[in-house]
Design a protein around this ligand. Sequence first.
Ligand code: ADP
Ligand code: ASP
Ligand code: MG
Length: 424
Amino acid sequence: MSLVVMKFGGTSVVNTERIMRVAQRLIALKEVGSGVVAVVSAMGDVTDELVAMAEEISPYPPEREMDMLLATGEQVTIALLAMAIHSLGHQAISFTGPQVGIVTDSGHTKAKIREVRAERVRAALDQGLIVIVAGFQGVTEDGHITTLGRGGSDTTAIAVAAGIGAEVCEIYSDVDGVYTADPRIVPSARRIDVVSYEEMLEMAATGARVLQLRAVEFARNHGVAIHCRSSFEDTPGTIVKEADESMEQAIISGVTHDISEAKITIRDVPDRPGVAASVFGTLADANANVDMIIQNVSESGTTDISFTVPKEDLARAKKATEKVVLELGARRWSLDESVAKVSLIGAGMKTHPGVAAQMFRALADAGVNLDMIATSSIRISCVISAAEVERAVRALHSSFGLDSEEISAEASPACGEGADGGVG
Ligand code: ADP
Ligand code: ASP
Ligand code: MG
């Protein structure tokens, strides 16, 4: 029996009508003889609404209770989807993450999957049931409910696919694949047919939220190919898999952007060994992720340290920064929440000199000022002002010849009803 794991995100299950459509799709696949597993997200903006409610109660809600709250969103969808399938005369069973043995560490709100004990999914498939699993959630060894970070249903889907030995995991969303830039910002962006895990990892890490970073890591580590496609049409999307010779070797695969980070600067830190270790050790202890870092030594023997953190970690990062500023005797610190990161990704960069120069020139010509720069072997990222991010993405996209001739209707922002708007 072929096994299919399909994941449907929030816009694909935004209301009961859409849930019925997903049910029909699953049944159609079951009828051609496949074993079908669906992983689903919370309906529409439910997760955002739950976060907002928690914040009305407290700016620092206990993370264990946050997970208890957030996990409820997906539980609503699985029950409704199972009911929808039953109403159409077919058999289905819904499971929460803990029920299907998604075991995680105890890093509440961004827990990492340690193990998938998929026996229960396999047993239900053997009984001929369509299996529905709640995305985004798991359980610690000692029974506490956890969530996997925003966008985490993608990771659940890949983990379940790996757990039951499916070779491909299909991720359905409001776009029909991975594009050379976010189609909401760049209407002339092109859909990429095939992309390597390596490039997709960099794209996901720098803001192409069509796939969660962890999901791509998990897929690469377990050899699961990802097929990213549209919930609204039955057309092929983008395949993410190990690089091979059949893939087109573009110098640049895409331009990504991210407005989800803030920049913190600690000024006049005494310049002595161990300072960076204290700053970033304190942030790590506070469970705050750090992305880009810049340190500048001044002539007076003090140093300024700037770094970016995800806004969702900002409350923890601010507390940690206040603590370390006092400990180090630094003079002051500041926060800038209106920054954005724009990145250029391409495996061909390794062998083509001049990409960075062309990137900085294109940004300069567009009048965009650079605040921080970071690189990997296949990526260059710049921190800029959030107000300039759309201009920067479009300038880079055309400078590197990525614009398509025609503006595709599917790629235009109007494609996803109920979708949220662009940035800025
Ligand atoms: P879901 O809720 O189904 O998980 P997401 O909203 O997480 O869907 O991801 C789909 C969105 O990702 C699209 O609506 C699109 O705006 C955005 N996106 C950002 N960058 C890209 C990209 N390079 N290619 C495709 N989509 C992208
Ligand atoms: N519902 C969660 C979120 O909005 C998980 C997901 O949709 O992937 O982040
Ligand atoms: Mg998503």
